[in-house]
Write a protein that binds this ligand. Structure first.
Ligand code: FES
Ligand SMILES: [Fe+2]
Length: 408
């Protein structure tokens, strides 16, 4: 084996990939196959993005906690004695062991399984045995992530200086407020593992070009499959109904740009379901009690994005949260979380099968098309292809992603 075979695995350096990138085309193969790029994705993209980790209803009491893992990282989300929700890196400050292995539960402290360093619920180090005189425990708290709780949704960012989330949230707050996200509960969560790079899963979510051919059930009830509907009477009629039930019809669209002036994307648009559909159900009939202060069903649903990685669909009676969690270079979990009003009871106020039907079948469709996408991209004959104007969301994702990649 010569030097070249040992050291050259055929991947291009990022500088060359960026130089060869053509605006309006899909990305090169290496972005979806390279371990080097994957590691940088976690280290520089995920670890410097705001990530939706959960909802306040998951930690109602002091000591309640859950883990949120992605890539190489694990976060502990816990409610401390003061009632504050904190997010910590699940990495012991002694020699780096995972501190907590349980996925969720209630604790008085977090004790590391290795040498029993013990941390308070707020991440502070309480006890470390046999560490000698000069040891100062205050220097060894668990590393803290930034936390922002928006209408009950918990976001965390592990970067030293996180992207500006406030400007976007300020715009979204009055639009989201009528749904009372603070008062939601998780009705169901499901994970759809897909053997593909996380970027292909995100890209799939960013466009509805595939909706008509790939999502028969979704396309039957949701007008966004067809862009011309967005400009027609269907939308105007829905807007009248939206206003009547107490919803704003304002739209928000903030895209991160190639110049890096805005480093986070926000999106909010309510769009109409087809006639006969009050919500995302098989029959068109309601699935659960109306959310928040809504006075009725407007027959619409909201696409809500708080950063490219955090997506929500907001129907009048339930919310579906979507995220695409990297596990390895070609392993991603599509995670779907269904929320209903906090006081709704399963079996009485909603039927779990009916509630989850649409986004369960849709996610199964997505698993298949994303898997096939990766299989094709793995071919050495794959070359980037042109994006449709309906895939503008992918361009927005690339702009933000490539601007960050240029700084690695
Ligand atoms: S690694 Fe945690 S106590 Fe040693
Ligand atoms: Fe899809």
């Amino acid at each position: 084996m010569n030097q070249r075979q040992i050291f050259d695995n055929g991947e291009k350096p990022m500088a060359r990939l960026l130089k060869e990138y053509v605006d309006g085309m899909s990305l090169e193969r290496d972005f979806y196959t390279s371990e080097v790029i994957y590691n940088n994705d976690i280290r520089h993209y995920w670890n410097s993005s705001w990530i939706w980790v959960g909802h306040v209803s998951q930690v109602p009491n002091t000591g309640d906690f859950f883990l949120f893992d992605y890539g190489t990282e694990s976060l502990i989300i816990a409610r401390d004695k003061q009632g504050e929700i904190g997010v910590f890196l699940n990495v012991c400050r002694h020699r780096g062991s995972r501190v907590c292995m349980e996925q969720r539960g209630n604790r008085r402290v977090f004790a590391c399984p290795y040498h029993a360093w013990t941390y308070e619920l707020n991440g502070d180090l309480r006890v470390a045995r046999e560490m000698g005189e000069g040891f100062d425990p205050t220097e060894y708290s668990l590393l803290k992530a930034h936390v922002r709780i928006f209408e009950g949704m918990i976001f965390a960012c592990t970067a030293k200086s996180p992207p500006d989330i406030e400007a976007g949230l300020e715009k979204l707050a009055p639009l989201v407020e009528p749904f009372d996200f603070n008062n939601l509960k998780i009705a169901h969560s499901a994970s759809y593992p897909v053997p593909a790079n996380w970027k292909l899963a995100v890209e799939n979510y960013m466009e509805c070009y595939h909706c008509a051919p790939s999502h028969k059930d979704y396309a039957r009830s949701h007008s966004i499959k067809d862009p011309e509907y967005l400009r027609t009477e269907l939308t105007e009629a829905m807007k009248d109904r939206s206003r009547a039930v107490g919803l704003s019809t304002d739209e928000v669209s903030v895209s991160s740009d190639a110049e890096g002036k805005t480093d986070m994307d926000f999106y909010h648009r309510r769009y109409p379901l087809f006639e006969g559909y009050l919500t995302g159900s098989k029959s068109g009939e309601p699935l659960a009690p109306l959310l928040g202060n809504l006075k009725g069903f407007d027959g619409g649903t909201t696409d809500l994005q708080i950063g490219i990685l955090n997506n929500f669909l907001v129907y009048s009676d339930h919310v579906v949260g979507y995220r695409f969690i990297p596990r390895s270079v070609q392993e991603t979990d599509i995670e779907v979380i269904w929320f209903v009003r906090g006081d709704a009871e399963a079996g009485k106020d909603y039927d779990l099968q009916d509630l989850t039907w649409l986004w369960d079948v849709t996610s199964q469709d997505d698993e298949r098309i994303i898997r096939l996408n990766q299989e094709g991209v793995n071919s050495f004959h794959y070359i980037p292809g042109p994006l449709s104007h309906m895939e503008w969301g992918i361009r927005a994702f690339y702009d933000g992603y490539l601007a960050k990649a240029a700084l690695w």
